[in-house]
Design a protein around this ligand. Structure first.
Ligand SMILES: Nc1nc2c(ncn2[C@@H]2O[C@H](COP(=O)(O)OP(=O)(O)OP(=O)(O)O)[C@@H](O)[C@H]2O)c(=O)[nH]1
Ligand SMILES: [Mg+2]
Length: 593
């Protein structure tokens, strides 16, 4: 699977190995550490694939067919109720993660007791998700398969669990089946998810029920229905039989596998994974290595120039470099100051939006309280106030939940704008340092890589961290007093009292939301600034270290200096050789789609 990805990855790993040897040999620690990081990232890369669809379409069976074993429970009644993640592991191990963050290790026979509606009705065991580590070749390539509860099953909770998971994945496989044909609720689910996933594959499962003509008809029908519902020009539906594929794998029967048509789909899927994601991962590794090489090349070139320059001139140049660096550093400080102001502006937007929300929601809630007062007037006094308050609390949760999602999007956009500008400024500062060194020491610096690197990193940082989920129904109002109303209090008074509490409730909730947003914005910004500052400082340090190494060398005997010069040239040659090799590897990457 993913042959091409694996092949290129292993050539990159090979280069990393030789480069580490090279730098270890000349006692350069920094590039070795940096190379180890690249290696680690390459090895840790995961492709996240989620299988979604209505209950009983064969999601769990499909995943079983990929790994070739009946691992996940499947059944004729709605079953999977918990997100189940399959990852590679040398040994099989199943880990249940509970909502409170604790873990339970379970045996394979116990899986049904935890991930199915039958074994764990309404998720009474409070499971967040289940991880299965499994020694399968397919997973070994870095693929991570995610089974989800059937959407639209009678258990509403299951549906919500599935929606929540979509943002974390690379591609979603949407399973429908020939019989029964695609339904309205599947189409509305599709409409909801399409914007949340990077890539959606449509798969028609259970084709073993159909003969050629029926299959043809079913494909045509499914294709047209999906295109109409999603307003798409063209779609591709991949027909498979997960059941035959699984049987074929278990019995090692190629004719069953052929009949299942699963290979055609794997091919498309893997091709996508390589191009869309694998390619980004490989490209990033290559460009990281190139930037390490560019940095080393610059340092050694500087060093070699500095050894051979006349001493007086060299000292003069170093003085100039130090002076100019003062200006550049001041520039950096100004930039930071400016961006702090920009971040404050983002927070101002949040405050203005919150103020508007506060006003409109208090109005709406007071009206709602009156409405509730009327419709609950038959309830006994002891119950009356309690019920109204509970309904109001619920309404607040809904208002804020909905608002937070929109606000998150808005702030993300703003934050992206600011951080992009910030990383551009950082590039300019790094460029200024490099310009200065080129000028002063008469060297040519290979710098395209540095630009690329920051571009890429910035796109990683602009997200404000985890998506918000502030309001679990149970925990949202812990901080409000849960005072009970004395029974003798008249209903009218109780309602008045409650309405008085509404602004306070809204206010407190606004406070919490504000704090949470601000905290995330500030933290993201600080991390980002730290990263960028590190890049600037590394550039400067790289230069000053190279010069001081040269100055040290100059104190030695003429013979030793001569030898050092030769060594430096040899290292530079080696570095240039590896640069060429990395270029060749990058030419092997397929074009992006
Ligand atoms: N004939 C046929 N039956 C299949 C196929 N794939 C799955 N099934 C059957 O369909 C039923 C449901 O399969 P599951 O894999 O449990 O379906 P699911 O989508 O995971 O169901 P939930 O977990 O409830 O959402 C089982 O009885 C499977 O054996 C197929 O390709 N052909
Ligand atoms: Mg299932």
């Amino acid at each position: 699977m993913l042959e091409e990805y694996k092949r290129i990855r292993s050539s990159i790993m090979g280069e990393i190995g030789s480069l580490k040897d090279l730098f270890l040999h000349i006692n350069r620690e920094d590039p070795v550490t940096a190379l180890q990081d690249v290696e680690k990232k390459l090895l840790e890369n995961r492709f996240h694939l989620v299988v979604i669809g209505q209950f009983k379409r064969g999601k769990s069976t499909f995943i079983n067919s990929i790994i070739g074993e009946k691992l996940l429970p499947t059944s004729v009644v709605p079953l999977t109720s918990i997100i189940t993640i399959l990852r590679y592991g040398d040994k099989q191990r199943i880990n249940v993660i509970l909502n409170d963050g604790s873990n339970v290790e379970i045996k394979r026979e116990e899986l049904t007791d935890w991930v199915t509606e039958e074994g764990n009705p309404r998720n009474e065991k409070n499971v967040k998700e289940v991880e299965i580590y499994y020694p399968s070749d397919y997973l070994k390539d870095g693929i991570c398969l995610i089974d989800t509860p059937g959407v639209g099953s009678i258990f509403q909770n299951n549906t919500e669990v599935t929606y929540g998971y979509l943002s974390k994945i690379d591609a979603a496989i949407f399973l429908v089946s020939a019989d029964p044909p695609i339904s309205q609720s599947e189409l509305s689910f599709l409409n909801d998810v399409r914007d949340h996933v990077e890539k959606l594959f449509f798969v028609l499962n259970k084709i073993d029920y159909l003969d050629e003509d029926e299959l043809e008809e079913s494909l045509r029908f499914t294709k047209k229905t999906i295109e109409d519902a999603l307003d798409m020009e063209d779609s591709t539906i991949y027909p498979i039989s997960a059941k035959l594929a699984l049987q074929g794998r278990i019995k090692k029967d190629d004719s069953l596998i052929r009949k299942s048509r699963i290979k055609e789909f794997y091919h498309v899927l893997n091709d996508f994974l390589l191009r869309a994601k694998g390619q980004i991962v490989l490209k990033k590794a290559i460009s990281d290595i190139r930037s390490i090489l560019a940095k080393e090349e610059m340092a050694f070139e500087l060093e070699s120039k500095a050894i051979s320059a006349p001493l007086g001139m060299l000292e003069d140049k170093i003085k100039k470099f130090t002076e100019k660096m003062q200006d550049i550093r001041q520039d950096k400080e100004d930039t930071y100051y400016y961006f702090e102001g920009e971040i404050k502006r983002v927070i101002d937007i949040l405050d203005r939006d919150l103020a508007r929300l506060k006003e409109s929601s208090i109005k709406r809630l007071l009206g709602y309280a009156d409405e509730l007062g009327r419709s609950y007037s038959d309830r006994p006094a002891s119950q009356y106030a309690k019920d109204i308050e509970a309904a109001i609390d619920q309404e607040i949760i809904e208002i804020f939940d909905e608002w937070i999602i929109k606000e998150e999007e808005r702030l993300n956009k703003e934050y992206f704008r600011v951080s992009k500008r910030f990383s551009e400024r950082t590039n300019e500062i790094i460029d200024a340092i490099l310009d200065l060194s080129e000028d002063l020491f008469d060297i040519k610096i290979d710098r395209v890589r540095v630009d690329e690197q920051i571009e890429r990193d910035s796109s990683f940082y602009y997200m404000l961290g985890e998506p918000p989920k502030f309001f679990g129904v149970e925990s949202a109002f812990d901080f409000f007093s849960k005072r009970l109303f004395p029974a003798r209090l008249s209903k009218g008074l109780a309602l008045r009292d409650l309405k008085k509490k509404v602004p306070e409730k809204v206010d407190k909730t606004c406070g919490r939301v504000r704090w949470d947003f601000m905290d995330r914005i500030k933290r993201s910004f600080m991390d980002f600034r730290w990263e960028l500052n590190k890049k600037i400082e590394e550039t400067e340090e790289n230069i000053t270290k190279a010069i001081s190494r040269a100055m040290e060398l100059r104190k030695k005997s003429a013979k030793e200096i001569e030898k050092a010069e030769k060594d430096l040239l040899k290292i530079l040659n080696d570095i240039r050789y590896f640069k060429k090799r990395m270029e060749n590897i990058s030419l092997q990457l397929p074009e992006r789609i």
